[in-house]
Design a protein. Structure first.
Length: 130
């Protein structure tokens, strides 16, 4: 192996240090945060319109065309109760669903990235008309 010039060796050390800082950062420890790009609201919108809109409605008020036939009304994302929930809580609901409710788990149907994107889009909806 060729000897590595001194200045490059220091550079590598810096890289390793940054990696440690990144690994110690709490926000990157959950596997759902393994996504390496920021949530994409435009993509979230496409996912939402396809899978969620029939129940949650076009503006997230829980007034989609399928909502009338459900025993449990879909959550209204514009209500303060939903608005106050953290992204993490919404993500968990989407990932695991709600027991005894038409809101089933989306794990397996949506990728981690799609779930995060859809949360970003729900955030956008919940901030509208405020
Ligand atoms: C079959 C209808 C239906 C579909 C489709 C549906 N949901 Fe739901 N969703 C519900 C119902 C009903 C609830 C309320 C559950 C409860 O409170 O018991 C709910 C609740 C939620 C909540 C919890 C909100 C809160 O304030 O805690 C989130 C987040 C959510 N849905 C996201 C989604 C996303 C994202 C999709 C699409 C990937 C989706 N839902 C698709 C019916 C649906």
């Amino acid at each position: 192996m060729l000897p590595v010039p001194k200045q490059f060796r220091r550079c590598r050390l810096l890289g390793a240090g940054l990696l440690v800082i990144f690994l110690l950062d709490g926000s990157s420890t959950s596997c759902l945060y393994a996504q390496d790009y920021p949530p994409d609201q435009a993509h979230g919108k496409a996912v939402y319109e396809r899978y969620c809109q029939p129940c949650h409605g076009p503006t997230g008020q829980g007034d989609g065309p399928d909502a009338g036939s459900l025993k449990v009304p879909p959550a209204n994302f514009q209500r303060f109760q939903s608005f106050l929930k953290s992204d993490e809580e919404l993500l968990r609901t989407i990932e695991h669903g709600v027991v005894f409710s038409p809101m089933h788990s989306w794990r397996g149907q949506l990728t981690d990235g799609e779930m995060q994107d859809v949360v970003a889009y729900i955030r956008l909806l919940s901030q509208q008309e405020r």
